[in-house]
Design a protein around this ligand. Structure first.
Ligand code: GTP
Ligand code: MG
Length: 230
C-alpha cells in the first residue's frame, strides 16, 4: 500500500503477481457496478476506501501463465457531477466505457468521458460496451460508431443476463496486462478477434440462430471463471 492507503501498482503482489488496475466510466446508472458484480459473481471481496468513497473489487487470475491481481475500481456516484477525482485515474492500466442502450443520452456522453480519461491517461487501452441489451435484443442490430471511430473494441453486454460480460472483462484484463508490459500491438489483436466474433454473430443472427449458436453474444451467459479464488 502506498500513501493514502491506496494500492501501489508499480509493486508486485505478495506472491510476485503482476498488479493491474481497471476502471469503469460512464453516466450514472448505466450499470457499471452491476457489470463488475456480474463478472465476479460471488468471488469478490469489496474493499472500501473511505477517503474517496471508492470500492475496490479484487480478482485473481492468470494471463499467459503469469499470475495477475486485478483491482476493479468502482465509484460511489461521483460521476453524477461529471468529474471524477484524479485518484480514480491514477495508475489505471485499462478503462471500460459503459453506456446504457435504453438511454440515448448515455451514449451521447461517451466522447466526454473519453476526453476526461485521456486528460489523465492518454495511452491506456480503452474498451467500450453497450449495456442492458436484455431489455431489447434488437438494439444489437444497430451500429454505434463511437467505438469504431476511436478504434476501441466494442461489446454488446448485459449485466442482467451475463451476455458477453466474461468476454469483455477478460479482454480488458489482457489489455491491462499488455499495457503494463509495454506490449503495443495488443489492441490490434483484440480488434482482429472481435471482427471475427462480430461477423459470426451477425451471420448467425440473420439466420435466426442467435440464441442456440455457440458464437452468439449470449455465449458467456453460463461461463465460469477458472481461477476466481480471491
Ligand atoms: N435490464 C437491465 N438492467 C440493468 C443492467 N445493468 C444494470 N441494470 C440496472 O440499472 C441500474 C443501475 O445499475 P448500477 O450498476 O448501479 O449503475 P452504475 O453505473 O454503477 O451507477 P452509479 O453507481 O450511480 O454510477 C440498476 O437498477 C440495475 O439493476 C442490465 O444489463 N440490464
Ligand atoms: Mg455504481
Amino acid at each position: 500500500m502506498a500513501k493514502n492507503g491506496e494500492p501501489d501498482y508499480d509493486q508486485l503482489g505478495d506472491e510476485g503477481e503482476c498488479k493491474v488496475k481497471i476502471i469503469c466510466l460512464g453516466d450514472s446508472a448505466v450499470g457499471k457496478s452491476k457489470l463488475v458484480e456480474r463478472f465476479l459473481m460471488d468471488g469478490y471481496k469489496p474493499q472500501q476506501l473511505s477517503t474517496y468513497a471508492l470500492t475496490l473489487f479484487n480478482y485473481k487470475t492468470e494471463v499467459n501463465g503469469t499470475k495477475v491481481l486485478v483491482d476493479f475500481w468502482d465509484t460511489a456516484g461521483q460521476e453524477r457531477f461529471n468529474n471524477m477525482h484524479p485518484s480514480y485515474y491514477h495508475q489505471a492500466h485499462a478503462c471500460i466505457l459503459v453506456f446504457d442502450t435504453t438511454r440515448k443520452v448515455t451514449y451521447k456522453n461517451m466522447p466526454q468521458w473519453l476526453k476526461e480519461l485521456r486528460e489523465y491517461r492518454p495511452e491506456i487501452p480503452c474498451l467500450c460496451c453497450a449495456n442492458k441489451i436484455d431489455v431489447d435484443y434488437n438494439v444489437t442490430k444497430k451500429s454505434f460508431g463511437f467505438a469504431k471511430k476511436h478504434r476501441m473494441p466494442f461489446y454488446f453486454v448485459s449485466a442482467s443476463d451475463g451476455t458477453n460480460v466474461v468476454k469483455m472483462f477478460t479482454d480488458a484484463i489482457r489489455a491491462a496486462v499488455a499495457y503494463k508490459n509495454d506490449s503495443t500491438d495488443f489492441m490490434d489483436e483484440i480488434m482482429r478477434e472481435l471482427e471475427h466474433f462480430e461477423l459470426e454473430t451477425n451471420s448467425k443472427r440473420s439466420n435466426g440462430k442467435a440464441d442456440s449458436s455457440s458464437s452468439s453474444p449470449r455465449d458467456d451467459k453460463n461461463d465460469t471463471k477458472s481461477s476466481n479464488d480471491s
